[in-house]
Every structure is written in C-alpha cells, then in structure tokens.
Design a protein around this ligand. Structure first.
Ligand SMILES: [Fe+2]
Length: 135
C-alpha cells in the first residue's frame, strides 16, 4: 500500500492541479519506498530534487492561474508557497552538507506539508475557479 494516497476529498476542482498533486504524492511515495528499502542517498537525493523541482513547477502553475483570474487570496497563497519551498530547500541544504538524513520524521513532514496545504489553502480556491469556469 502506498504511503499516501490521493482521494476525492483532496480534489481542488481543477484537473491540472489535481494531476500535479497526484504527481507530488508519487514523489513522496517513492521517497518513502526508497527509505523503507534502503535506497542509496544519491538516489534518494535525486528523488527529493525531483519533488522540489516539480513542486516549484506546480506552484507556478497555480500562481499563474490566480493572477490570470485576479484571485483575491493570491498574495497569502503565494506567501505560503514560498514558505513551503524555503522549508524543503532548507532540508536539501542540510542533506547536501551531510547534516540531514532521510527519516520517517522527514516523510511525515512532507506528507503533512502537502496534505495540510491542499486541505487548508488550495481548497479555498476551489469555488472561485469553479465559478470562473476553470476545469
Ligand atoms: Fe497551493
């Protein structure tokens, strides 16, 4: 069974963003799987870098759509994205300098990081984009 699974409760109503979120879940599942099976640090780092890159692409996608439709919550949402990226980048730096390690605590952090953001912040734009006809 996957470590985290996407379900309809997490749907933000926009197909592209749901697909992005599913892909981010996959990265976290791959990291978790790698940790459980003892995958080497360099492969784990590659997966983490992939997760960070894709997260930034996804955040850009959301932010572009918010700007395009003049979403009132844009500033606050963007701030949260920036904080999330900074926290993961922090971890990346620790890892690259040999001070961090892949742990269950990190998996828990990534899982909460993504799920709390989707449930707490992304879902706020669901009705807005629905009204704008964004699918
Ligand atoms: Fe977001």
């Amino acid at each position: 069974m996957a470590y985290i699974e996407w379900n309809e409760d997490l749907s933000v109503g926009v197909d592209l963003f749901n697909e992005d979120h599913k892909r981010l879940f996959e990265y976290i599942n791959r990291l978790h799987q790698g940790m459980v099976t003892g995958l080497g640090t360099s492969s784990m780092t590659d997966i983490l870098n992939g997760l960070v890159d894709y997260t930034m692409t996804h955040f850009d996608n959301e932010e572009r759509m918010m700007i395009q439709h003049t979403y009132a919550g844009y500033e606050a949402h963007k701030k949260e994205h920036d904080t999330l990226v900074a926290r993961v980048a922090d971890f990346q730096t620790q890892l690259n300098s040999g001070r961090g390690s892949f742990s269950l605590a990190l998996m828990g952090f990534l899982k909460d990081w993504l799920i709390n953001h989707i449930m707490g912040t992304d879902l706020k734009y669901k009705d807005f984009f629905l009204e704008k006809g964004v699918k």
